[in-house]
Design a protein around this ligand. Structure first.
Ligand SMILES: [Fe+2]
Length: 229
């Protein structure tokens, strides 16, 4: 099984190349312990060219701004795990999204004429803690026309940069939004995959802010450097 090492194939390349099944064998753990991987989705055309003045986990305010971003404030929490469901500390999660008007702070989005929100951060870099958990505060984004009659439902873009893994990009949607059923990106997914990306925000904090849980699982196994092979 591990002749790849003798042939000079790196351990990481072997794990990535063979997929989650190989991870199970390499780690000696049961296949039943595997997490269902999060669906990869495209970055889209609006990954920021210019980063906002701050990248912290509160997207509802910006340094030098005049107040709070317009829109419904929400909190997103979750845990990042590998394909074996092991928590992943030390990840950097990038999130980016449209503002309440459905406008990205990106020049490709200028022609549609929707307004920017000078108080909305629009992008953040968030680290997972020692148990793989993350959280950030933002506003529910607006929908926008992608092309023709295709309207993108409210969504937040995620890119997970995890140690020993290639970046994983996906999109989080809002459960119950009627535009989800007409979204061409989600239509391409199996029902189980689609459900993993749709998050409910019906849990409320004491201050009324809706909280949604979006857990992420990588396609490959993350193997700690100290893990003997
Ligand atoms: Fe988008």
């Amino acid at each position: 099984m591990f002749n790849g090492l003798a042939l000079g194939v790196s351990r990481r390349a072997m794990l990535i190349g063979l997929g989650a099944g190989a991870v199970v064998l390499a780690s000696g753990r049961r296949a039943g312990a595997a997490c269902l991987p999060t669906v990869n989705q495209i970055d889209g055309p609006f990954y920021p060219l210019v980063l906002p003045p701050e990248l912290d986990a509160d997207l509802t305010t910006v340094a030098g701004g005049t107040g709070r971003a317009a829109g419904e404030v929400i909190e997103v929490i979750g845990q990042v795990r590998d394909a074996m469901c092991r928590p992943l500390p030390g990840c950097v999660i990038e999130v980016w999204q449209a503002n309440v008007h459905g406008r990205y702070a990106h020049p490709n989005d200028e022609p549609r004429g929707r307004p920017l929100d000078p108080n909305f951060q629009g992008f953040a870099r968030i680290a997972t803690d020692k148990d793989g958990f993350y959280r950030f505060l933002t506003i529910k984004p607006g929908s926008y026309v992608a092309i023709g009659d295709w309207v993108r439902p409210p969504h937040i873009h995620f890119k997970v940069n995890a140690p020993f893994n290639p970046p994983m990009a996906t999109q989080m949607y809002f459960a119950g939004d009627p535009l989800n059923d007409k979204d061409r990106l989600q239509a391409a997914l199996a029902a189980e995959q689609r459900a993993m990306l749709q998050v409910a925000f019906d849990t409320k904090r004491a201050d009324g802010v809706g909280v949604g849980t979006f857990n992420l699982a990588l396609q490959e196994g993350w193997v700690p450097p100290s893990d003997p092979m």
